[in-house]
Ligand binder design. Structure first.
Ligand code: ATP
Ligand code: MG
Length: 161
């Protein structure tokens, strides 16, 4: 049974993330969506809020588990008995960093494979940062995020209420 992890900040989850989740779900036996708790990165949403948002968006996927971790991904993967890391790739800008991470992770544990999934062209421009930027300036970000989480995100940005 192939267990995979899709790691990220998901601050907040976007339609681009959900697209990767649903496509990865179709090819692996079990998928853990894992939020990286990174004390060095300021986040808009707490871990609990992000867990709740991802759970709402994946409620129809019984083989998806939502979790969080801190420290090295490769250590988390080992603890969980996971053998595949799923990453999404948008543009050249994602490539350089992800290429380096994949090679480091392979060095640290050659039994774990990183799989890259190309973005859906509909969402190639989309990131959590863009969602926060649009929301912060009172723009309409409804089309950028799954409908299950729109209100939770809007609540953080009073200019949208
Ligand atoms: N629109 C998208 N299409 C494909 N992959 C994506 C998309 N958005 C994010 N990803 C991938 O999802 C994973 C988690 O990304 P992350 O949580 O950093 O989101 P992000 O949208 O890049 O947020 P931020 O703006 O904070 O960097 C990464 O592998 C990233 O490449
Ligand atoms: Mg990113």
């Amino acid at each position: 049974m192939k267990k995979a992890v899709y790691p990220g900040s998901f601050d907040p989850i976007t339609k681009g993330h959900l697209d990767i989740i649903s496509r990865a779900y179709a090819i692996v036996d079990h998928l853990t969506v894992a939020i990286l708790e990174n004390p060095r990165k300021h986040s808009a949403f707490t871990i609990e809020e992000r867990l709740e948002m991802i759970r709402r968006c994946t409620k129809d996927y019984p083989k998806v588990e939502v979790d969080y971790f801190s420290g090295l991904l490769i250590d988390y993967v080992k603890r969980k008995g996971i053998s595949v890391i799923i990453k999404g790739l948008r543009a050249i800008s994602d490539f350089e960093f992800e290429f380096q991470m994949a090679l480091v992770n392979r060095k640290l544990n050659p039994d774990v494979e990183t799989l890259f999934m190309m973005t859906n062209s509909k969402y190639s421009y989309l990131s959590s940062s863009i969602v926060k930027e649009v929301a912060d300036f009172g723009g309409d970000f409804r089309k950028l995020v799954p409908k299950e989480v729109y209100q939770l995100i809007a609540n953080k940005f009073p200019q949208n209420e």
